[in-house]
Design a protein around this ligand. Structure first.
Ligand code: UDP
Ligand code: MG
Length: 139
């Protein structure tokens, strides 16, 4: 299992607000190299599968509606210690608790509409990358 890659989505709120460029700038400035990227939109079935681990949580329906309401930017990022360093860069799930300078502190509105996704383990980074990209789309 490689440890130098993670998976991210710039969520629909980020795309709606015109924040693709500013967020990618933060990601690049932090030393992450983009090795796969696309603008895409998840179907309800896609979002239910992607977030299956949260299916029993009270916010699941709202999460699926949010994540399918418009396009997202999906990307695979490369950097040493990618998963952990990217979670640090994005900040806490709730932007009100996120550290200054983190992507969620700067660009997120709420714990539900929190601007970006970041994988939580090397194994999930691999699974989530393969969910969104064919092997020939990852460089
Ligand atoms: N979420 C929510 N309400 C909550 C917790 C999470 O709407 O109380 C949403 C939010 O968009 C979050 C996603 O569900 O990013 C996945 O939750 P998780 O706990 O995995 O947070 P993350 O790993 O994204 O920080
Ligand atoms: Mg998570």
């Amino acid at each position: 299992m490689r440890t130098d890659r993670t998976f991210t989505m710039l969520k629909p709120d980020s795309v709606e607000k015109g924040n693709i460029g500013p967020i990618l700038e933060k990601i690049s400035s932090a030393g992450f190299k983009i090795v796969a990227m696309k603008l895409t939109q998840m179907t309800t079935a896609d979002a239910e599968a992607f977030y299956a681990i949260h299916s029993e949580r009270p916010f699941f329906g709202e999460l699926v509606s949010y994540m399918t309401r418009g396009p997202i930017v999906a990307a695979v990022l490369e950097k040493d210690n990618a998963v952990s360093d990217f979670r640090t860069l994005i900040g806490a799930t709730n932007p009100a608790e996120a550290a200054d300078g983190t992507i969620r502190k700067m660009f997120a509105d709420s714990i539900s509409e929190n601007a970006v996704h970041g994988s939580d383990s090397d194994q999930n980074a691999e699974i989530e990358s393969q969910f969104h990209f064919a092997g020939r789309e990852i460089f």
